[in-house]
Design a protein around this ligand. Structure first.
Ligand SMILES: O=C(O)CCC(=O)C(=O)O
Length: 292
């Protein structure tokens, strides 16, 4: 079994689990190589447009995007799964080792939820905390970024670092047990965040996680990002899965069957179809995605 009974109980008790050593270099490398290719393509385009002077082609994955971003922060715009739409990323969404873990918590009829992100948290040398952004999120529950028609759906978050996530690089902080209180009111001010007076008083834990591990969270688990004080990019993926047939919480974006023991033929294995589903969805007028 991908998770032990003790790990499953830990997840059910605390509302989160840090499962180390789930994914291998072989699982992650195609995704990283693809991101590197997208970085290079963007760097070349920005260079030709005169928006960056240096390409830094020999810098490693952990560093290059930060050096490009310093020259032009725009390079990071829409650098996310649904905009890049790479084949290696699509294949990774049905990675066997990952889905074996998902299956331990959600059963054998699994859909990939469209709320999924690639995050590049840039180094921060300033005073105080790094500003709230898509890459440094304030205290929230993931339920707040779903529509309320999905209240009955179990949607579980699988957060995977593509470099080691430590206190220095800006791992998440998580408030244990608090998921048992259900949905907390959020406000839009300060970036979709729990109304400050409602934030549970329990001491947060730092969810440090090595590359290859997964931080798994209940949709009511309060969590936030912390500043990246290192000199490299804290790359991560946050993916979500739900039981096939349950509301995804983002009906206007595409879910797809990722694993089905009862009907294996229903699994989406056609990369072009996935790409088209996203392209069509993003071509439609955008709709409100957060509850506040
Ligand atoms: O990557 C982060 O720092 C935060 C991600 C997050 O809040 C999420 O996946 O819901």
């Amino acid at each position: 079994m991908a998770l032990s009974v003790e790990q499953i109980i830990e997840f059910q008790t605390n509302g989160y689990l840090i499962a180390e050593d789930v994914l291998t270099e072989k699982d992650l490398q195609p995704v990283i190589a693809e991101i590197e290719r997208f970085i290079d393509e963007r760097a070349q385009a920005f260079h030709e447009e005169g928006r960056i002077a240096e390409l830094y082609p020999n810098e490693p994955f952990e560093r290059r995007f930060a050096l490009l971003y310093e020259q032009c922060p725009e390079i990071n715009r829409k650098f996310d799964i649904m905009h890049l739409l790479g084949p290696a990323m699509f294949r990774f969404l049905t990675n066997e080792r990952l889905l074996d873990v998902v299956e331990c918590l959600l059963g054998s009829e699994l859909s990939c939820n469209p709320i999924q992100h690639l995050r590049s948290k840039m180094p921060w040398k300033g005073d105080g905390e790094q500003a709230v952004s898509m890459n440094n999120v304030p205290w929230h529950q993931d339920a707040a970024v779903t529509s309320d028609d999905s209240d009955a759906s179990e949607i579980i978050t699988f957060w995977l670092p593509l470099v080691h996530a430590t206190k220095e690089t800006g791992c998440m902080e998580i408030i244990p047990h608090a998921f048992k209180g259900g949905y907390l009111k959020h406000q839009a001010e300060g970036g979709t965040t729990i109304v400050p007076e409602l934030l549970p008083a329990a001491k947060p834990i730092s969810a440090e996680c090595r590359k290859g591990g997964i931080v798994i969270m209940n949709k009511y688990t309060p969590h936030r990002g912390t500043s990246n004080r290192s000199d490299h990019v804290r790359w991560s993926l946050d993916l979500r899965y739900h039981k096939t047939g349950a509301a995804s919480g983002r009906a206007f974006h595409p879910s797809f069957v990722a694993r089905s023991r009862s009907n294996p033929a229903s699994v989406l294995s056609d990369y072009e179809e996935w790409r088209k589903l996203w392209q069509d969805a993003l071509a439609r007028p955008s709709q409100k995605a957060h509850r506040v």
